[in-house]
Design a protein around this ligand. Structure first.
Ligand code: G3H
Ligand code: 13P
Ligand code: ZN
Length: 307
């Protein structure tokens, strides 16, 4: 089965009140774990590659791994560029076979963001590729850079932005943030803002970045086996489920996969100090990816059986 555009899966998710998980991938084990979960749940999938992941693994390796992954499945799967930093990188992945790109101009001025997003839209649409853009800014860690301030998305501006750029989906800021330290006080999302965006942009799939829920059992496991992630906290799963029932059609998850893999690797090595064959600790790590993705599909996304 070839990779697909997200168009149809988002249309179904929008109408059905559920969301598709977009899981970040960096290597073979993560790709295999996600694919296994998708098959077990018969769920549509988005696998996404950040600029850092592309640099780490290499675009050719990612493409070949995805080719292998798609050889034995009928699941609809999208390959997406996460936080594309410039036109050149968007072009390179489109030319290489990605079916969806995010151009992230959220750090630019409003008019510059529009101009750059439009350029990517023009190139991508001529080749049948989907474009996600971002308006507003999330606090948290991105490409190793920490930003402390949220800039929540203005709903009226979001309408103007989508109209003027022609982008297909929009990432908005309503209180989520990247990384494993999302909330110090009460965890909350601005649902009134999300509702307003949904009213002003009917039919446009909305994207939530920074949507890991940082399950406490994995935080505890990391800390128990020699790690140090005190106070890590994510977005409660019930808030994400509520967003998935609204205009949110794509929910981005990276930190939870990192945390689950690392917890299992730490545990394995602590309990088996003599092991030094990477397969011995990467097998439980790969299973942890599968289990985490299945948990998301069932508890958060609501897309089980929707492939
Ligand atoms: O939003 C960022 C993603 O979690 C990717 O992170 O840039 O460290 O690969 P990365
Ligand atoms: P998390 O850090 O919450 O997993 O967010 C990932 C993300 O938004 C990738 O674009
Ligand atoms: Zn993100």
């Amino acid at each position: 089965m070839p990779l697909v555009s997200p168009k149809e899966m988002f249309a179904k998710a929008y109408a059905g009140g559920y969301a598709i998980g977009a899981f970040n991938v960096n290597n073979m084990e993560i790709i295999q774990g996600i694919m296994e979960a998708g098959k077990a749940e018969n769920a549509p999938l988005i696998l996404q590659v950040s600029a850092g992941a592309r640099k780490y693994a290499g675009q050719n390796y990612i493409m070949k791994l995805m080719e292998a992954a798609m050889q034995d499945t009928d699941l609809p799967v999208v390959l997406h560029l996460d936080h594309g930093p410039n036109f050149e990188m968007c072009k390179a992945v489109i030319d290489g076979g990605f079916t969806s790109v995010m151009y992230d101009g959220s750090h630019l001025s409003y008019e510059e963001n529009i101009a750059e997003t439009k350029k990517v839209v023009e190139y991508a649409h001529a080749r049948g590729v989907w474009v996600e853009a971002e308006l507003g800014r999330l606090a948290g860690v991105e490409e190793d850079v920490q930003s402390d301030d949220h800039v929540y998305t203005d709903p009226e501006q979001a309408k103007d932005f989508v109209t003027r750029t022609g982008c297909d989906s929009l990432a908005i800021a309503i209180g989520t943030s990247h990384g494993a330290y999302k909330f110090k006080g009460e965890a909350k999302l601005d649902f009134a803002r999300l509702e307003k965006v949904g009213q002003l942009l009917p039919g446009v799939p909305i994207v939530l970045h920074g949507a890991s829920s940082v399950p406490q059992e994995f935080v505890e496991m990391v800390n128990k086996y020699g790690g140090h992630v005190p106070g890590a906290r994510g977005v409660p799963e019930d808030l994400l489920r509520k967003a998935a029932g609204m205009a949110v059609c794509k929910i981005n998850i990276d930190s939870d996969i990192r945390l689950a893999m690392t917890a299992c690797i730490r545990k394995h090595l602590a309990e088996n100090p003599g092991d030094f064959d990477p397969r011995q600790y990467l097998t439980p790590a790969r299973n942890a990816v599968r289990d985490m993705v299945q948990r998301k599909i069932k508890n958060v996304l609501g897309c089980s059986g929707k492939a």
